[in-house]
Structures are given as structure tokens and as C-alpha cells.
Write a protein that binds this ligand. Structure first.
Ligand code: ATP
Ligand code: MG
Length: 570
């Protein structure tokens, strides 16, 4: 392609709307443009990268035996009502009506549609296993679309669905997708980790997320340094250090008398512990939540953070929101910051780390007051203990007990073992070899195409711009004639350009009549891996300069060997 004919609207300035580097660079390099919040146009360079990523995905999915389909984006409400998700999905589901007032949604995911297809088409065990995938536009009305196409509302996803006769088969399908995903992200040139994850709104029995490690990641990822344990923050188990029973008993004798003390204006753990000259570990925080089954309290040790997703899973509830000031006042009789478990008339759940704590400090359900020497059993009852707090750097691996690391990650892919979550409710069955009707066992597997591209930029850039990994670069080679007015330079440039085209290399020639400085800047910004710099001085000596974008290395090659050497590099 010729630069002068392409729409590559590069920008010098950092756009005000951009919050992370990949977003900035995608705008600056002219890959994307915003139409509305979370809704973007892909310009030629952006589309080119998208197609490269899609091709890698396609090749690996096909290699795994999956078949490509294309399902409708517009989906009838009836199907979603049948699965129960019309209600469950909430505001992320974009709903609308047709001219006959029939309800529809724009697909945020396709479990319903694919299960409907399968229940109509599959009769016998002989037709299974099956894995169908598509690469398609999804719409999710995200509450906070941000970071460009990393978290868009309209975005391209590869989604796949597997159908098996039994658990063993379903586990094999899952494993195959796990391996396929590793190959896909490796081929995209990403540094990633597969971590144990939540199943969330999609449902099912277990899942893994594929996380690209980057500081801008929205998710916390926990890894063990000793074994291969890895999980996202919401999933990471807390290792409980075993305590001897003797110690427990001895301590139980020392319960002190509960007392109310003044803590004027001190609400936070830090303020209270400093004021009372104790450590945050001696406090227990009481948080009030609203759930679909009523208001509850969650307790964690003062220096710990409650994890709402864990609490939600522990209580098996669909709704879990931190109560607002008014509700807190209603339930505890005091403003937020002074809630405590004593004389609280709601169900109280506690983190397992609170078990065994004695003579601790809590809010007194009264403004400017806390209770000291509070004890479980004597002063209040706990309805249940669970793992409901965030893991910390000083926790140990739940599997092997070694040190752990916590890093930030971008979730680029997610695989789920669904089991019979959808086949049961939508009645997707087959007849087994003995003539008996059985439920189909399902799995589902997603990759965010745009998010993968954003993540690739987060990991591959410098102060001058993007540094594309070769397999997903919009072009492999960038030819930069320094002086477009010089015929020797232009003839040689055209010759190299055409030779590379003949060899099926994706090559962009900067034929713009612009100052070299502008061209060099743009070349670095759009980040094509190999720059072929053709200048008169070098040509006269029979040389051509090659710049490797990744490390800035400059190579000087003889004119007649240039093509072969480029092919070697690629
Ligand atoms: P998140 O927790 O980031 O919202 P999710 O768990 O909702 O993601 P899935 O339903 O598992 O995502 O979707 C599969 C994949 O689609 C994700 O791994 C991600 O790469 C991509 N994806 C999900 N939501 C978006 C979005 N709003 N914009 C771009 N890609 C997305
Ligand atoms: Mg989501």
C-alpha cells in the first residue's frame, strides 16, 4: 500500500480522552476513532491488525477442530426469557423493540442462540462432540466504557461453544481450548498467564481467564512463586495458618469486659486505631450490604479488605451492593463508619480470619463511639464464616505455602466449563447409544479481539509509539524513501516495494512528499517492525539502511542483498 493513498490520520498531541497508553497510541497512530462512548470506528491500520489477530484465531480454532459459523446479532427476548437471563443480565443488555413491538436484544454473548440451534439440530450421540465458533460484533452497555477498544460497548469477540456427551468429553474440549488459547496468545506475541477465575453471569462450574500482564490492567492476578498456582483476585483462595487447639483454649479464658469508648470523629480503621493506640489488626470492620435476600453484615479484620465477589459467591446471592448512608443509619442507628456487630439485628457473616479473634474493637452503632473487648459468642453471633477477603502480598500460596506475587492483568480471553447450565433449561439433549435421552454438556470460550490488540500495545511500545509484534503488525515492512523528489531513491524504493509485494509481504511505502523528520516520526508511531530507509548518500555507496523498530538497531545492507535479508528477518 501507498501511504499517500491511505487514511492514516496520525496525531502529534496526546488526545484528551485517552487514559491508558494503548488508547493514546491507537488514536495517535490513526487506528481508531470514537463515534460515541465505547463505540469506535476501525480505520485501515486498525482493521488490518484486527484481521491479523482474527486470522491467527481462525487458524488455531480450525486446527483444534472447531467450525466457524455466524450467528445473528439481534436476538429475540423469548429465548433470553427462557434461559432466565432477560432478568438476570441487567442493564448491560441492550434491549429494543421492532415495529411489531416485539422485544429483542443486541447479543452480548451467544449461549442462548447457539443452544437453541443445537437443540433443534442435534439428535444423536453420533453427532457429538461439536465445537462451533464465530468472530462477531457484540454489544454490552458497559457502565464504564473506557480505554478505547479495551472496554468498549460495541466490540468484536471470538466466541466458541462446545457440546459433548459426557463430563469426560467436556473436560477434553475444555483442555483443547485451553491449549488453543495458549497458542493464539503466544502467536500474538503476548506475555500472558492463564488464571483460575469466576464464572459470573455466564454461569457454569469452572473457568480460566487469560491475562496479559500490564500495569494498566483492570484485574488483580495472583501467582505463586513456588508452584503454578495462579488465580484472579476474586478467586484467589486465602491460606489459613493452622493454630493449635491448646492455644485457642488458653486464649478463650482471657475474655475481657466489653466497654464502649469515645472515638470523636474517628471513622476509618486508621483513625480509630491511631486514636486508641492499637494496631489495625485489633479492629474488626463491619460492612453493610443489600442483597436480594435482605440486608446483611460482613466482617473482616481491620487491616483486611472485604471482597464483594467472594462474599456474593459465599452467600450464593445475585445482588450484592454496599449499603448507602441512609440504609446504614436505618439498620445500625448510626452514620456510616460506626457500624458494629453487637445488637445488630441482621444476619452477620465473617471472614475466616475473624474466627479466633478476641477482645477486638468494633463500631458501637452509635455516633463517635466504638466497643472494645468485643468477643464472638458472648457479645454477638456469626451466621457463617467464609473466605471473603482480598488476598494480600503477605499471604502464602493456598496450594504450596510459598510466597505469592500480585500483579495487574488485562483479561483477553475467558474459558468456561458450563456443564448443563443452558442445556438443562433450554432442553438441549441427545439420544445416547442405549436409546436414552441425555443432556448435552457445554463449554464456552471467548476472546476479545480489540482487547487483545490493546493489550499487545500495552506490552509493546516505547516513548515514540507502537512496536508491533510481527505476526499482528498492520504491515511487516515500512519503506521510507528519504527524498521523494530524487529519481534514484524513488526507483530503488519502488523496486524493493514491488519485490516484497511479489513475495507476499505486507509492505507500506511512504511515498508522501513530506519532510524526512515527519516520516521518521510517523514510522515510529505506527510501529511497523522493519523500516527500510532509502537515502541518496547510502545508495551511492551501494547500501540501504534498515531500522529494527523494537530496539532501534540500524543495519546497513548491500542493495542487492536487501530483499533476502528482509525475508530472513521476517
Ligand atoms: P470483563 O470482566 O472485562 O467485563 P467479561 O468477563 O465480561 O469481561 P466475557 O464475558 O468472558 O468477559 O467475554 C469474553 C472476552 O470478551 C473477554 O475475555 C474480553 O477479552 C472480551 N470483552 C468482554 N467485554 C469487553 C468489552 N466491553 N470490550 C472489549 N472486549 C471485551
Ligand atoms: Mg464484562
Amino acid at each position: 500500500m501507498r501511504y499517500s493513498k491511505m487514511l492514516i490520520p496520525t496525531l502529534k498531541e496526546i488526545p484528551a480522552e485517552a487514559e491508558v497508553i494503548s488508547h493514546t497510541l491507537m488514536l495517535r497512530a490513526g487506528l481508531i476513532r470514537k463515534l460515541a462512548a465505547g463505540i469506535y470506528s476501525l480505520l485501515p491500520l486498525g482493521l488490518s491488525v484486527t484481521k491479523k489477530v482474527e486470522d491467527i484465531i481462525r487458524e488455531e480454532m480450525n486446527r483444534s477442530g472447531a467450525q466457524e459459523v455466524l450467528l445473528p446479532t439481534v436476538q429475540p427476548a423469548e429465548l433470553w426469557k427462557e434461559s432466565g437471563r432477560w432478568e438476570e443480565y441487567g442493564k448491560e443488555l441492550l434491549r429494543f423493540k421492532d415495529r411489531h413491538q416485539r422485544e429483542f436484544c443486541f447479543g452480548p454473548t451467544h449461549e442462548e442462540v447457539i443452544t437453541d440451534l443445537i437443540r433443534k439440530e442435534i439428535r444423536s450421540y453420533r453427532q457429538l462432540p461439536l465445537n462451533l465458533y464465530q468472530i462477531q460484533t457484540k454489544f454490552r452497555d458497559e457502565i464504564r466504557p473506557r480505554f478505547g477498544i479495551m472496554r468498549g460497548r460495541e466490540f468484536i469477540m471470538k466466541d466458541a461453544y462446545s457440546f459433548d456427551c459426557d463430563e469426560t468429553g467436556a473436560d477434553e474440549s475444555y483442555k483443547k481450548m485451553y491449549d488453543t488459547y495458549c497458542r493464539i496468545f503466544e502467536r500474538c506475541g503476548l506475555r500472558f498467564k492463564a488464571v483460575e477465575a469466576e464464572t459470573g453471569i455466564i454461569g457454569g462450574s469452572f473457568s480460566h481467564e487469560f491475562m496479559v500482564l500490564a500495569d494498566s490492567g483492570e484485574e488483580g492476578v495472583v501467582f505463586c512463586n513456588g508452584c503454578d498456582y495462579a488465580a484472579n483476585i476474586d478467586r484467589a483462595e486465602i491460606r489459613i495458618e493452622e493454630k493449635g487447639n491448646e492455644g485457642e483454649k488458653k486464649k478463650m479464658m482471657m475474655m475481657k469486659e466489653i466497654k464502649k469508648v469515645n472515638t470523636p470523629g474517628r471513622k476509618t480503621v486508621e483513625e480509630v486505631s491511631r486514636y486508641l493506640k492499637v494496631s489495625p489488626q485489633d479492629l474488626v470492620k463491619t460492612l453493610i450490604f443489600e442483597t436480594e435476600n435482605g440486608i446483611i453484615a460482613g466482617l473482616v479484620r481491620g487491616d483486611h479488605q472485604i471482597n464483594e465477589t467472594k462474599l456474593k459467591r459465599f452467600l450464593d446471592s445475585n445482588i450484592m451492593v454496599l449499603a448507602g448512608d441512609e440504609t446504614v443509619k436505618e439498620v445500625t442507628g448510626a452514620p456510616s463508619g460506626f457500624a458494629g456487630p453487637v445488637d445488630l439485628n441482621i444476619a452477620i457473616f465473617a471472614d475466616q480470619g475473624v474466627k479466633g479473634m478476641q477482645n477486638f474493637i468494633t463500631g458501637a452503632n452509635e455516633i463517635d463511639a466504638h466497643n472494645i473487648n468485643v468477643n464472638i459468642g458472648r457479645d454477638f453471633e456469626i451466621k457463617g464464616y467464609g473466605d471473603i477477603r482480598n488476598v494480600r502480598e503477605d499471604d502464602k500460596c493456598p496450594r504450596c505455602g510459598k510466597d505469592i506475587d500480585i500483579k495487574r492483568g488485562i483479561e483477553v480471553g475467558h474459558i468456561f466449563k458450563l456443564g448443563t447450565r443452558y442445556s438443562q433449561i433450554l432442553r438441549a439433549t441427545y439420544i445416547d447409544s442405549k436409546g436414552k435421552e441425555q443432556l448435552i454438556i457445554m463449554g464456552c470460550y471467548g476472546i476479545g479481539v480489540g482487547r487483545t490488540i490493546s493489550a499487545a500495545i500495552e506490552q509493546n511500545h516505547d516513548e515514540n509509539g507502537i512496536i508491533w509484534p510481527m505476526p499482528i503488525a498492520p504491515f511487516q515492512v515500512f519503506i521510507l524513501p528519504v527524498d521523494t523528489k530524487d529519481t534514484t531513491v524513488m526507483e530503488r524504493s519502488e523496486k524493493i516495494y514491488n519485490s516484497l509485494l511479489d513475495k507476499k509481504i505486507d509492505v507500506l511505502i511512504d511515498d508522501r512528499d513530506d519532510r524526512p523528520g515527519v516520516k521518521f516520526k510517523d514510522a515510529d508511531l505506527i510501529g511497523i517492525p522493519i523500516q527500510v530507509i532509502i537515502g541518496l548518500k547510502n545508495l551511492r555507496e551501494g547500501n540501504i539502511e534498515i531500522k529494527i523498530r523494537r530496539n532501534g538497531e540500524i543495519l546497513k545492507w548491500r542493495v542487492d542483498t536487501v530483499i533476502d535479508k528482509i525475508m530472513e528477518l521476517i
